[in-house]
Design a protein around this ligand. Sequence first.
Ligand code: NAP
Length: 249
Amino acid sequence: MDLLKGKVAIITGGSRGIGEAIAKKFAANGADIAFTYLSSEEKAKAVEDELKALGVRAKAYKSNAALMADTEALVADVVKEFGTVDICVNNAGISKDNLLLRMGEDQWSQVIETNLNSVYNMTKQVIRPMMKARTGSIINMSSIIGIRGNAGQSSYAASKAGIIGFTKSIAAEVGSRNIRCNAIAPGFIETDMTQYLKEGDAAQSYLSRIPLGRFGSPEEVSNVAMFLASDMSSYITGQVICTCGGLNM
Ligand code: NAP
């Protein structure tokens, strides 16, 4: 299928996990891809090559989504090289779990800056070209933890809940320009980030809380991103799509 043919997509954190799956899904549907990473240089180069092999233009950028200056330079470069930005997936994220009493200011700030400030930084940059083109789809990666909360994850939950409020506000601000802004709230997805959950003593208890009885795959999240990026969702904005095997019920 060529649902994104002729579109240009930026995906933050595309070197691994969910972002990598989204980059591949979008490329398989005809989109040109600019994606970012922070430290996995080799992995990013390999992903870039795989995307090009799908017949689209692709470029990996080392760019820290938590820094406004980096995102400004990134989006300027993408517009110069690719012509515009039609789709932006704010996916880059980290977790630094700890109970509040033990959580240092550094741990708190790193998570908020990487997960939440990054969404502000990137969105502020991409809405300019999107407003000019009078079209755009912004997809923000929240989490089921941003809706339900979780002991030991106050910083992560706060960042992901913040993304939901931001998403709805931006949807209201730019809807009249034909720019849509939605969020995805994945549950437990099998990536490097959740490896410790699968292996730990608590694995069975996590699984028992998921109606579908299993963790999700990055590919399953990429299907939802694909829907939100394409015109298939042309009348959907300001929404949070839970992709969690029913964990939110
Ligand atoms: P992951 O496998 O750990 O991959 C994280 C990606 O983000 C990597 O590409 C990493 O680049 C990049 N990244 C980290 N910090 C960055 C920064 N400051 N600037 C630019 N890129 C940065 O994580 P994942 O599981 O795929 O998660 C992706 C998103 O989904 C995150 O926002 C996460 O919170 C959210 N999410 C995940 C789950 C889950 O169960 N996995 C559930 C709910 C929500 P490097 O490779 O260079 O480090």
